[in-house]
Design a protein around this ligand. Structure first.
Ligand code: GUN
Length: 295
């Protein structure tokens, strides 16, 4: 049977429609407009695209959006003072500082400075700690998007052997903790593989679900998986440009070969990518509701 191709584009569209309705209702019943501030330091082209998409999606859903573009040589002190101002701004419920930051700025200091209640990325240690103890306010956006892709595609996670490749703070560690929770859409047996893993095949070949966030094309090949596996590809690798100058993107999975063995698989692009921004919108709506005592 051909693999089910899990369309992040379609699932993101569904969730955005739900959010658009909820936002309209918040405005009508509570005169509440969720507000998101994005902060971009420097001119990294990929980051500019991401921040532009976040702003565009906010506006399309009825979220108030404020964009702060700062020069690459902005001092850490100046960035921290902007974060402080946004922490205090009543119209702003969520703050997103796009990563990576230029080398002279400490990401840790900046992320710690964001009020955890406005931390819609879910990167603050308070929010990550709440996730680890099973009482999260905000789930980090990409891992939350992965969970939604599985749940909304009817893939059972409870009792499943889930293998994650990659232990980053943004994807690997949080998705492991999300799927470990004793909750619906989770309750999995989770293994995290990384560059120190001695025998990766031992793990991937017995996995029911594999989530690949390795940052390397073809990190998962067909010989590494069993028949009927579910594969989620988080990779975004730019491997060249088309004749028109558009970036050619590939994931971390050898898609054409792995799909022949898989029960379900996410494509790149159109898989995890569209989910990340959608979950940021969901967190911004939650932030606005928490700030006004609605949740
Ligand atoms: N850079 C790459 N992914 C992300 C993300 O999810 N949030 C932020 N703030 N920066 C990123």
């Amino acid at each position: 049977m051909p693999a089910q191709i899990i369309s992040g584009t379609e699932i993101a569209k569904q969730i955005r429609e739900e959010l658009r309705q909820e936002i309209a209702e918040l405005k009508e019943k509570h005169n509440l407009v969720p507000g998101l501030a994005t902060v971009l330091v420097g001119e990294d082209p990929a980051s500019q695209v991401y921040v532009g998409q976040k702003e565009k999606t906010s506006l399309a859903l009825g979220i108030y959006s404020e964009r702060h573009d700062l020069a690459a040589d902005t001092s850490e002190e100046k960035l921290l003072s902007l974060v402080d101002k946004l922490n205090k701004a009543p119209k702003i419920h969520g703050i997103l500082v796009q990563l990576p930051l230029p080398k002279h700025i400490s990401e840790t200091r900046v992320l710690y400075a964001i009020n955890p209640k406005k931390d819609v990325d879910g990167f603050h240690p308070v929010n990550l700690g709440k996730l680890v103890i099973g009482k999260p306010d905000y789930l980090p956006c990409t891992p939350h998007g992965i969970q939604q892709l599985l749940v909304r595609s009817g893939i059972e996670t409870s009792g499943a052997e889930v293998v994650i490749i990659g232990r980053s703070n943004i994807v690997g560690k949080p998705i492991a903790n999300i799927l470990l929770q004793k909750k619906e859409g989770a309750n999995a047996t989770v293994t995290v593989c990384h560059t120190g893993t001695r025998d990766i095949l031992l793990h991937t070949r017995r996995a029911d679900i594999i989530i690949v966030a390795a940052g390397k094309p073809k990190a998962l090949t067909a010989d590494m998986v069993k028949d009927g596996v579910v594969v989620v590809d988080v990779g975004v690798n730019r491997v060249g440009k088309t004749a028109e100058g558009k970036a050619i993107l590939v994931g971390d999975v050898d898609f054409d070969a792995v799909k022949e063995k898989a029960k379900a698989i996410t494509p790149v692009p159109g898989g995890v990518g569209p989910m990340t921004i959608t979950m940021l919108m969901l967190n911004t709506v939650k932030a606005a509701k928490m700030a006004t005592g609605l949740v």
